[in-house]
Design a protein around this ligand. Structure first.
Ligand SMILES: Cc1cc2nc3c(=O)[nH]c(=O)nc-3n(C[C@H](O)[C@H](O)[C@H](O)COP(=O)(O)OP(=O)(O)OC[C@H]3O[C@@H](n4cnc5c(N)ncnc54)[C@H](O)[C@@H]3O)c2cc1C
Length: 622
């Protein structure tokens, strides 16, 4: 095995898989070091991809040429568009995945990828020279060796100093049955990075044959499953049902009676968990007046009897988990195959990163995924893709890729992380984006595929398909705007809330109607996306205007070496926060909490003055 690579990626989770695949596809000799290659692409928790906000990110990853959407389409067992009853800005594609097939698919893609070597081993340290990461020390079955590289991406997930909790029991691990990675934490810390602790938890898994499904409510997928990947026109899959049941007051009483034994309440777990994926003990505590909480029974695969109990993440002792399960409707006979548990792990507060995901302290060291304080496969994958692209850009001297808040949820997430930091595990929601109507799942290709092509990740096949869709959209828009039915154009008729797009197109006069129907037949998704543009045109215009104003501020750079102490009239709090985050632009500065629009005006004046002084100095030297 060569000892020199362009890029080393540590960790074969969802972040590391995207980072290494992207780096190798961009032509760099890449090595993925991971504890167990058979666990690459493993879903640590729920066997599902997507959801509200998250599904949009999967489509963005796909539009940029990433892996997750392809894996989800190839291995999904049930597809649903969440939030369908609300506006299209918040529709979130989600699928129930066969977790074994999902991991196998990712492993196959990575192992078949040119330029990519996969090594089973533990990365125990980052090699640093002159403030720059130059490689990784690895340990393989007790033997230690060094791999040299020009960039390093760390995507170690929940494994860094991971400690599992179930009742009073605590043991080291990165996930159930897998070791923790403690040495890497130590190495990052001694390199000067600050690390803190976060927590997450998972649910009990049950044996399918011991569940009384006739006592549960059936939940089917959509009639027509919508693919994640823009490379797929449809998903040809036999969908399987999930099942719904719920907790009850008897269970809640038992949980309350055992709070003193719950690691979350006994003081055993000290770190913060994800607010929006609370454990059942937290739900019982926080929503004391609720008499039942939903439990979704989700099969983990087509050829396994493991069933995931979505909704009851817990680290309560096993006897309390037994009682809880036995008392849920439909689960009286259920056999628990694995008890729920919680995990505490180290993460690096993301304020330490540039928007490229490179650390500010150590050049050519990038961090992606759960290590940056996020939670979720999609969040990790989005960061992994960007870290892989930017590690490559750094090596080749190309412009790094920083997606703006009006371009992608991935841009919103990274901007939030590096600008605001986190106080609890960060999960994507549509409410985090101020330009929701622009950032829809349906138009991710129109937002990002040209960028992915420029970066070099969009294949010819994907590009040709995108161009065909784009042409169809341009032609359809032209037809809709030019063709009148009575006093209004088709475009204006589509804006009437009570009109169904299918009816409008069906009623459209010939020959335009025929042409629109042909375009719709060939590129259904693209035309439906255009109809949404028509329907929300007024709001979109407003959003674009607001986005342009923010772009103006985002395009006004702040020099990296600026001394905020030298800017007169800046408030002390603003000075402190600006010096901590070191924003790259006035736009980013404005988004820092504790920095006000008035501070930005003062800063802008200070910057203009500094640049004038610099100009005068240059003139006087000439
Ligand atoms: C118990 C549990 C419950 C969870 N609950 C939820 C939830 O409810 N909702 C949710 O959205 N997400 C949840 N998650 C989080 C979800 O699994 C992660 O967000 C996601 O997997 C993060 O992806 P990642 O690539 O950052 O890291 P991971 O998927 O954790 O992958 C990390 C990879 O790095 C490798 N690795 C680590 N350190 C080293 C090293 N030193 N050397 C070599 N290889 C190394 C590991 O082997 C692994 O392959 C949970 C995770 C766990 C463990």
């Amino acid at each position: 095995m060569p000892k020199d690579f362009d890029i080393v990626v540590i960790g074969g989770g969802h972040g590391g898989a995207e980072a290494s695949w992207a780096a190798a596809r961009l032509g760099h000799s890449t090595v993925l070091v991971t504890l167990d290659p058979d666990k690459i692409g493993e879903m640590s928790c729920n066997p599902a991809i997507g959801g509200v906000g998250k599904g949009q990110m999967v489509r963005e990853i796909d539009a940029l040429g990433g892996l997750m959407g392809l894996a989800a389409d190839a291995t999904g067992m049930q597809f649903r568009m969440l939030n369908r009853s609300k506006g299209p800005a918040v529709w979130g594609p989600r699928c129930q995945s066969d977790r074994h097939e999902y991991a196998k698919f990712v492993q196959k893609q990575l192992s078949g990828q040119d330029n990519l070597t996969i090594i089973a081993g533990e990365a125990t340290g980052i090699l640093i020279e002159n403030g720059r990461a130059v490689g990784v020390r690895i340990s393989q079955q007790g033997s230690v060796s060094d791999i040299l590289s020009r960039a390093v991406v760390v995507a170690g997930g929940t494994f860094l100093n991971g400690r599992l909790h179930c009742g009073e029991k605590i043991w080291p691990g990165g996930r159930y049955g897998e070791p923790s990675a403690d040495a890497l934490s130590e190495s990052l810390r001694s390199a000067g990075l600050q690390l803190d602790r976060l927590k997450t938890g998972t649910v009990p898994r049950l044996a399918a044959e011991t569940i009384d499904y006739d006592l549960c409510d059936r939940q089917d997928g959509d009639d027509v499953p919508a693919p994640f990947s823009f490379l797929n026109d449809f998903v040809d899959v036999e969908q399987i049902p999930c099942w719904l049941t719920g907790t009850n007051e008897k269970i809640h009483d038992a949980i309350r009676a055992n709070f003193h034994r719950a690691p979350l309440y006994s003081g055993q777990i000290e770190s913060t968990g994800p607010r929006y994926c609370p454990s059942i003990e937290t739900k019982v505590d926080r929503f004391a007046d609720k008499t039942s909480h939903l439990v979704f029974l989700e099969p983990e695969g087509r050829n396994t009897n493991w069933v995931y109990c979505n909704g009851i993440a817990t680290s309560l002792p096993t006897d309390v988990q037994d009682f809880m399960i036995r008392n849920i409707r439909g689960l009286a006979r259920a056999e628990i195959l694995r008890y729920g548990y919680a995990i505490e792990y180290d993460y690096a507060p993301p304020i330490q990163l540039h928007a490229t995901l490179e650390t500010k302290k150590i050049r050519s060291l990038f961090l992606a995924g759960q290590i940056n304080g996020t939670t979720g496969y999609e969040e990790a994958a989005g960061q992994g893709l960007i870290a892989g692209i930017n590690a490559s850009a750094m090596i080749t001297g190309r412009e790094p890729l920083v997606l703006m808040r009006d371009q992608a949820y991935i841009g919103v997430m990274i901007d939030d992380l590096v600008t605001k930091g986190i106080a609890e595990p960060y999960r994507m929601f549509t409410s985090r984006a101020e330009h929701r109507l622009m950032l829809r799942a349906d138009n991710a290709d129109r937002r990002l595929t040209a960028i992915g092509r420029q970066v070099g990740l969009v294949s010819d096949d994907r590009w040709d398909r995108y161009c065909a869709r784009r042409r169809a959209v341009i032609r359809a828009e032209e037809l809709m705007k030019q063709t009148r039915q009575g006093p209004k154009s088709i475009w204006q008729i589509l804006q009437e809330p009570q009109r169904r797009a299918e009816d409008v197109i069906a009623d459209c006069p010939e020959p335009v109607g025929g042409e629109l129907r042909t375009l719709h037949r060939r590129c259904a998704g693209a035309i439906e996306s255009l109809v949404i543009d028509a329907r929300y045109e007024g709001y979109l215009i407003k959003e674009r205007t607001a986005a342009r104003q923010m772009h103006d501020l985002d395009s006004r750079p702040i020099p990296r070496e600026i001394d905020y102490g030298a800017i007169s009239h800046l408030r002390a709090e603003a000075r402190e926060r600006l010096a901590e985050v070191r924003p790259r632009s006035l736009g980013q500065a404005l988004r820092i909490s504790g920095v006000t629009p008035a501070d930005i005006t003062v800063l802008a004046v200070g910057l203009a003055k500094a640049s004038r002084q610099q100009g005068d100095e240059l003139d006087s030297r000439r």
